[in-house]
Design a protein around this ligand. Structure first.
Ligand SMILES: *Cc1c(COP(=O)(O)O)cnc(C)c1O
Length: 455
């Protein structure tokens, strides 16, 4: 399998080339030259790990053997607290919740990052290479990445989070990991500022000459392929019915993984993109108005995003893989902070996606509603999806993704139901631990100097 960039569809890179690179040198994102097709019959009777082996294999073929992949995946799912790895709950008639918070940091990011951590270790083992993992987090990616890479040899980790804008649990999950290779940086800015700094540093030649910079945010291709797995798994659990998914979205990584599953042959009818009040995806998909606004703080901080990086992958696909178009579109968008897509692209997008924006008030209502009616306690991100699930009128199974454990977002839960969620023991522990982080200005040079001091 060869890979191209959304900004240059002529290049041919291998999986190992793109694994550590994250962003392409031309500023684009990597995609495979073609979509492997899955024979759905072959999935019958397979457990979660076996489905993962089958679905991921074509993307790493010739670079990682079946046996190696099997070992990587075995380690990946060891830290999950259910033998199913993901839990599908039938809450009412054709309404389902897919719980993706059974990994070590209680958010769906573990599926991708536990995989990445073990994949990197495997690939570094036989080389002299040392890497520097650099990432921005709006909360959950950071802890998942730190958990996945702590103590790993030949890997240094720098995670930027927006100072004061992640929940206390989220912060402590990151800053109480004291392993020497872990560095937490709180940036005085928003998540988009953090993401912008990370993007700038990845294109910085000086820094790149000193170390192998590696991306672990959701632009990293390997993360997406690990997320594709649970969409196939759900389909098997539902006994091969055509399905709709409802995905609380920020960076468009999770829902694009569903779209990948559909490109590979999974019978998905509609993909429902759900945003909070930071609704650029909603305005783009419904009104073709991709316009940057200020980031607003909401009850669902991991969705407080204006630039959804992975959406570029969808634009590229929907344009008929026209990297010329993507280059022009993205540079106009960054220049004017506002751009419209061609009617051909909009048609393809609207055929596959419906979008929704759920505000703070509706989010809390949704938490309360599902708690009272079904005794189901959802975290605020999950609750945006459940709000849509509750309103959908369709005969197919509708599966809404539960992206994080409610205990990670105590304040919002308490606002919604006037009591605190129960804390799993593993989360409670972080409150007694020592924290380690540095607070820095919202400026890429400041961050760069700090990284130089440590690597
Ligand atoms: C990351 C995250 C999201 C958004 O997912 P994207 O892949 O960025 O669209 C939603 N909810 C939670 C809890 C998250 O951690």
């Amino acid at each position: 399998m060869d890979y191209l960039s959304t900004r240059n569809n002529k290049i041919k890179l291998s999986f190992l080339d793109i694994l550590f690179q994250g962003l392409s040198k031309d500023g684009g994102l990597f995609l495979p030259h073609s979509w492997p097709k899955i024979n759905l019959e072959d999935l019958k009777g397979k457990n979660y790990q076996e489905i993962a082996e089958y679905v991921i294999q074509p993307f790493v073929s010739k670079k990682i053997s079946n046996l190696e992949l099997k070992n990587i995946l075995k380690k990946t799912y060891e830290g999950f607290d259910t033998s199913d790895v993901a839990s599908l709950i039938n809450i009412n008639k054709n309404q389902f919740i897919l719980e993706l918070f059974h990994g070590p940091t209680f958010a769906f990011k573990d599926y991708a990052l536990q995989f990445l951590g073990n994949l990197f270790s495997h690939c570094l083992k036989n080389s002299q290479k040392k890497i520097t993992v650099l990432g921005a987090t709006s909360g959950d990616t950071g802890s998942a990445a730190i958990e996945a890479f702590k103590g790993k040899e030949n890997v240094k980790v720098f995670i930027l989070h927006p100072y004061g804008r992640v929940s206390a649990v989220q912060r402590k999950q990151m800053t109480t990991i004291l392993d020497e290779n872990i560095n937490n940086i709180a940036v005085k800015g928003t998540f988009d500022d953090c993401q912008k700094i990370v993007k700038e540093l990845f294109l910085d030649e000086e820094l790149n000459s000193k170390t192998s910079l590696t991306a672990v945010n959701s632009i990293n291709w390997a993360r997406l392929i690990a997320q594709v797995v649970y969409y196939f798994w759900t389909f098997i659990k539902l006994d091969y019915q055509t399905v709709n998914f409802i995905v609380p979205s920020g960076n468009f990584g999770n829902i694009f993984s569903a779209r990948i599953a559909k490109y590979m042959g999974l019978p998905i009818n509609m993909l429902h993109v759900v945003t909070n009040e930071n609704d650029i995806l909603h305005r783009t998909i419904r009104d073709n108005a991709m316009k940057l606004n200020q980031v607003i703080e909401t009850h669902s901080p991991s969705m407080d995003i204006q630039i959804s990086s992975n959406f570029e992958r969808q634009i590229f696909e929907s344009s008929g893989r026209d990297s010329h178009y993507v280059n022009k579109f993205m540079s106009e968008f960054y220049k004017n902070q506002h751009e419209s897509l061609s009617s051909k692209i909009m048609e393809d997008i609207q055929k596959n996606y419906k979008s929704h924006s759920v505000d703070n008030k509706e989010t809390l209502e949704s938490i309360k509603f599902f708690y009272k009616k079904y005794n189901y306690l959802a975290d605020p991100h999950t609750a945006t999806g459940l709000y849509v699930l509750n309103k959908l009128n369709s005969n197919e199974p509708n599966v809404s993704l539960a992206c994080a454990h409610p205990a990670k977002f105590e304040d919002a839960i308490e606002k919604a139901i006037q009591k605190k969620p129960n804390m799993p023991h593993e989360l409670k522990k972080v409150f007694d631990k020592e924290e380690k982080m540095i607070i820095l200005d919202n400026d890429s040079n400041t961050i760069k100097s700090h990284i130089y001091k440590i690597i």
